[in-house]
Design a protein around this ligand. Structure first.
Ligand code: ATP
Ligand code: MG
Length: 155
């Protein structure tokens, strides 16, 4: 199905806004419109982004900022979610893609979660020939970046 990148970002942002407000986290979504169209399943991509934003929310501190940004380059589409939350210890980073893996030190233990979100996101993104990567620093924050290459599922 044809999906307009900025429409997808907008609908995800609209859905998450109240949840961030409730926790006093400053949430900003930004999409630079290049009329990008991707041939992806909108439901599944929404689900991925909702989970990544839910992660950002769970691990943020009060008054912290979360950004959802989408941009296009000649190479393709980049979707980035960044937070200023607790971050992920370096030794845990290689494992966060594993099913059921949850960071031991994480305070999110209290807020539940099954450890499936990122594993599913990786599967879906890679099945579209894309990439997903995380940069994080314990105590500083986390950035998740999805890249969909032009030519494949992106026109
Ligand atoms: P589920 O998504 O199934 O509800 P979950 O959120 O625990 O459960 P994942 O989304 O796969 O599972 O994330 C795996 C683990 O990676 C989390 O438990 C958490 O420890 C860590 N993590 C993910 N995103 C962040 C983030 N933005 N900041 C800090 N830690 C994170
Ligand atoms: Mg999650």
């Amino acid at each position: 199905e044809e999906v307009q990148l900025c429409d997808l970002i907008q609908s995800v942002a609209d859905r998450m806004k109240p949840a961030f407000e409730e926790e006093n986290i400053i949430f900003t979504a930004n999409c630079t419109d290049g009329g990008e169209v991707a041939f992806v399943d909108p439901e599944r991509f929404q689900q991925i982004l909702l989970n990544i934003l839910d992660n950002a929310k769970k691990h943020s501190y009060e008054s912290g900022e979360v950004f959802l940004e989408a941009a296009h380059t000649t190479g393709g589409i980049h979707i980035t979610v960044s937070d200023e939350g607790e971050g992920i210890p370096e030794e845990d980073l290689p494992h966060i893609w594993d099913r059921l893996y949850r960071v031991e030190k994480s305070r999110s233990r209290e807020s539940g979660g099954s450890g499936l979100g990122l594993a599913i996101a990786k599967e879906i993104v890679e099945s579209h020939g894309g990439r997903i990567a995380i940069e994080s620093e314990w105590g500083k924050g986390t950035q998740v970046r999805i890249t969909l290459m032009r030519g494949g599922y992106v026109v």
